[in-house]
Design a binder for this molecule. Sequence first.
Ligand code: G6P
Length: 593
Amino acid sequence: MCGIFGYVGHQEDAADIVFEGLKRLEYRGYDSWGIAVKKPGTGSKNTFAIRKRTGKIGNAKVSDLPKSSFGLGHTRWATHGGVTKINAHPHTDCTGSIVLIHNGIIENYEKLKKNLIAHGHRFVSETDSEVAVHLIEELNKTCSFTEAVRKAFLKLEGLNAIIVMHPRAHTFVGVRNGSPLVVGLGKGGNYLASDAAALLPHTKKVYFLEDNDLVVADAENVQIIEVKTGKRKKIKPRTLTWSIKQAEKGKYPHFMIKEIHEQPSILSEIASSGLSNAKKLSKHIDQAFDTYMVGCGTASYACIAGSYLFSKIANRHINWAVGSEFGYQLDFLTPKSLVMALSQSGETIDTLEAVKKAKGKGAKIFALVNTLGSSLYREADYSMLIGAGPEKAVASTKAFTGKLAHLVLLAYALAGKPKSGQSTLLKAAKASKTVLTPESRARIKKLAERMKNKEHIYVIGRGLSYPASLETALKIKEISYIHAEGFAAGELKHGVIALVEKGTPCIAFLPNDETYGANLAGAMEMKARGGSIIGISHKPHEVFDFYIPVADAQEATIIPNVIVGQVLAYYLAIARDLDPDMPRNLAKSVTVK
Ligand code: G6P
């Protein structure tokens, strides 16, 4: 969702630095953007040059913005007010001397706005965000600027992050509660961003703001103040382990295909380095009276897969729920419960809120996340990094299979057979590599060409292939905009079969496990109604109209199977002339409800 990037330092190219920062945040999903830089030679009073645009950054240039060493930018994902230049951030106060950007939703903005209008403030946008800048302007009449930001933030309801450019100094004042904000501590300059990966070209030394941290940053110093008390707080910077190269496309045309290709090596890496953590963390699962898994979107499908893996491998019943629903069914949690939260970003608000509610019931939290220092990572009692490296394509791929890999290891560790987990995972890495050979990709591309004009695609599976079906359908929907539905094959006769007609593409996962026969029957039933059967299996079958081979990797076969779905979705998007990295309306990190 909305991206933030700010720079204050000694370099004179703040506009370019901020612009490049925003480009690194594009993947989060946005519909308009804006940049403000302080104009040179304006003495003790800051005046700003502001550029705002709707749509994507594309080939836009900011070279005509004045030279400056103090700049702030924002990519907006509209919530309150349409996608217009006026609604794009930054927003300014009545005098134009306070500049603000905001992430989140100010839930009480209507009341605040009414009050501010009564005090003579003039609003120009339809956003909730603009309220914050006028509120600061109002409070700054009677107290210092930093104090005005602090007091204003305390009046905002909801989960928010704001950054304000000081009207009289080269200083940022930023605060967060819920929405992510990270400070980059550079040499000769400091940075603020919504996402640590955007800081990589400048610095690896960072501080992740905690909820209710207020930051005051100029070119030399960074201070953190507790927003509620106004007291200074000592900070402990962290060092980012990701490299710039990992966050770039390299030789690939899109992040998504690059990230798809990274999977075999990530899986092998997890197989070797994930074992000791799996052994340690499986003890918490073992000791818990009851365990739940929670996540959103793709992460929720990893939870479903986890429930099958723990049942199959470790004889353990684990419930799961999507983040947005978990809050309605956690009345039974106790301090003996364990909640496992799965998330790539570690910032998904529905997952985070579910975790906070579970904590309120005394449950212990275990987070499996891809982003170091993220809110979930810090909120949890035990955290484990997925280790998939930065994932930039909106549709999650390598973070999903990375989660599955850790779940395989955890389940085997819980069963007391950690080494078997490792060898199963290595088989999955090998099978995934085969799915990604040029011949295999060409085959999947050919299938995409055949399917590109279809209106509906159905995907069936049983057992672990059920979450594989859901995930494949989700990938197809997200980036090719074709209606795709994944479901448990046993449910076919309970409704979906009514939709199958001549030529309807029906994808069937048929791995070498106990589901083979029953799922094959489902494929046959679809075929009997005219369906065109795409079989993803370790062996061909005459019922298939199109066959994609995937080698058997025991319980981890779901991994290469899903990779076939990812590659298919990718080529469907390409065949339909769509940008797979930035699907319409979607955001990488969903930080609002
Ligand atoms: C968004 C993304 C999905 C992702 C989901 C959960 O909807 O578009 O790709 O699966 O959020 O994200 P998380 O970061 O919690 O895994």
